[in-house]
Design a protein around this ligand. Structure first.
Ligand code: FMN
Length: 207
């Protein structure tokens, strides 16, 4: 059985070839401490058999949510190819070494923004950007973040990774691959469920 994550990676490539301006962008959902769903847009930097990876700052709502409940979902939609992928599974923050390795590969502007966020989070935490201390969304006027970015842009040395920068790795246990098969025809949805041994079973379901 073909791994649906391999198909997902191919669908991203095909969306890009079809002119999608941001084929790696997805909606990432978590569950907060009260059990309420939370969703936001993120940009994946790796999609494949190992799962979906993106980068963020911590603590933010998503990293707080994941620490108390790793259950999460991802939704990709590509209007250019008439496809969507809906993934359910769990996510966790990767080891810090993984983030250090990835940080250097990110565009400079995003590395600067990460430092600006680090400043704001640490100030909110009285010197600590810590999950226990910064336990709610942080107020931050846009011009404050822009000013911090400008300060860090002056730095000449290679930027090290800010301590609050993190990597989130999502691993799917269920993948629904949905595609329209023509304007007058019904869509097709194939559900892939992953067994404990890692193998996938596929079922066509009502789209
Ligand atoms: C196109 C787009 C891409 C984004 N990519 C990311 C990303 O890769 N990582 C991230 O943490 N936030 C990203 N954001 C910002 C998030 O949507 C969100 O506002 C932020 O992560 C805070 O979310 P939270 O408070 O729910 O944790 C992106 C927003 C947009 C519109």
């Amino acid at each position: 059985m073909l791994d649906p994550m391999t198909t997902l990676a191919r669908w991203i490539t095909e969306a890009e070839e079809a002119g999608s301006p941001s084929p790696r962008t997805l909606t990432f959902s978590t569950v907060d401490a009260s059990g309420a769903p939370q969703a936001r847009t993120v940009l994946s930097t790796r999609v494949g058999a190992e799962g979906v990876r993106f980068h963020s700052s911590s603590p933010t709502a998503k990293t707080r949510d994941l620490r108390h409940d790793p259950r999460s979902a991802c939704v990709f939609f590509w209007p250019e190819t008439g496809r969507q992928a809906v993934l359910h599974g769990t996510a966790r923050e990767a080891a810090v070494e993984e983030s250090v390795a990835a940080y250097g590969t990110r565009p400079r502007q995003l590395r600067l923004v990460a430092w600006a966020y680090d400043d704001v989070l640490r100030e909110a935490g009285g010197g600590q950007a810590d999950q226990e201390v910064v336990s709610a969304d942080v107020a931050a006027p846009a011009d404050l973040v822009a000013a911090r970015v400008a300060v860090h842009a002056q730095r000449q040395e290679p930027l090290p990774m800010p301590p609050s920068w993190t990597t989130v790795d999502f691993s799917a246990t269920r993948v629904d691959l949905w595609e329209g098969v023509g304007p007058e025809l019904a869509a097709r949805k194939t559900r892939f469920d992953r067994a404990a041994d890692g193998t996938w079973t596929a079922t066509e379901i009502l789209p």
